[in-house]
Design a binder for this molecule. Structure first.
Ligand SMILES: [Zn+2]
Length: 301
């Protein structure tokens, strides 16, 4: 087995200033770097948006997790988060021999009932094997592939091919919830163990299929003429993340009592009633459940 050795890993938290799971862990690891130190590669802890953390908001002027593009320059950066993205990109390069880290894991939390989730921007063999490895240790882990190549959303973790966002919930914004913080810490530990195995060539997971939920579409709330949501997530649909959404199931309950039903083919819903997505026009996301093969040919490149 051959593999590209991992030299630099970045673990980031506080990309969204009101998601305390990542903020608490990144701060803890910045003060105690030996906790994320492993032989053979360097791990860098990043607190991504201190200005937003200070005021307890997702962002100050623009969602930082939509500002990362490999070719970003200071001249294009106008808003606070656009400038911070450029700063983070230079910071990463200064610590990773002039390029981006080999692996980037970005810590988030959600108000949706997503448990322990991994949100992948791509499905390279490394990522799929890491997902398989984590699912073995933590059977409750779900992987969601959010890949919209045409729009290039500009996620922080898209700067590195390898890695993903860890998204845990449900937890309210600005709340530090111990069980989720501890579990996220264990997931990151396991990721570092996997990287160790990867570097020593002992990963043996390439022959299996990995079950993932793959992005299909976003669904918005029905809206009143002024843009305010005209309905709520239906109580029977609330908290049903990663469960099957059948044609005919109730999805919205209007304030007048009217029920909206899902009228499309069956799917699996993710990010149901995520607080931060009201402004993005997303009431929930629908995914397809697919088994992806880890491609040995690609793996051996
Ligand atoms: Zn987030």
């Amino acid at each position: 087995m051959t593999s590209d050795k991992i030299r630099h890993v970045c673990i980031s938290g506080g990309t969204h200033g009101n998601e305390l799971t990542g903020v608490c862990l990144a701060r803890h690891w910045q003060s105690n770097p030996t906790l994320i130190t492993r032989a053979g590669f360097e791990t860098h802890a990043l607190l991504a948006n201190p200005a937003a953390i200070k005021i307890g908001r997702r962002y100050v002027e623009k969602d930082l997790n939509r500002c990362f593009h490999p070719a970003n320059t200071t001249t294009d950066a106008k808003l606070l988060e656009e400038r911070r993205a450029v700063e983070i990109q230079s910071w990463l390069k200064s610590r990773c021999n002039g390029s981006y880290p080999d692996v980037l894991i970005d810590l988030h939390s959600t108000t949706a009932n997503m448990g322990l989730s991994l949100v992948l921007a791509n499905c390279c063999p490394f990522n799929l094997m890491l997902v398989a490895f984590l699912k073995e240790r933590f059977p409750e882990v779900n992987a969601y592939v959010w890949n919209e190549p045409k729009t290039q959303p500009g996620f922080l973790n898209s700067l590195a091919e390898k890695g993903f966002a860890i998204e845990v919930g449900p937890v309210a914004n600005n709340v530090a919830q111990a069980d989720l913080i501890l579990k996220t810490g264990l997931l990151v530990d396991a990721c570092l163990d996997f990287i160790n195995d990867w570097n020593s060539g002992t990963v043996q997971l390439q022959d299996r299929d990995v079950l993932v939920y793959r992005f299909r579409e976003h669904v918005d709330y029905p809206r009143a003429h002024d843009g305010f949501p005209a309905a709520m997530i239906h109580p029977q649909f609330q908290n049903r993340d990663f469960l099957e959404l059948k044609t005919g199931d109730p999805i919205f309950l209007g304030f007048d009592g009217a029920v909206t039903h899902w009228d499309k083919p069956e799917g699996w819903a993710v990010f149901i009633n995520e607080a931060a997505y009201y402004e993005k026009g997303i009431a929930f996301t629908v995914a397809d459940k697919v088994a992806l093969a880890i491609n040995p040919a690609e793996f051996r490149r």
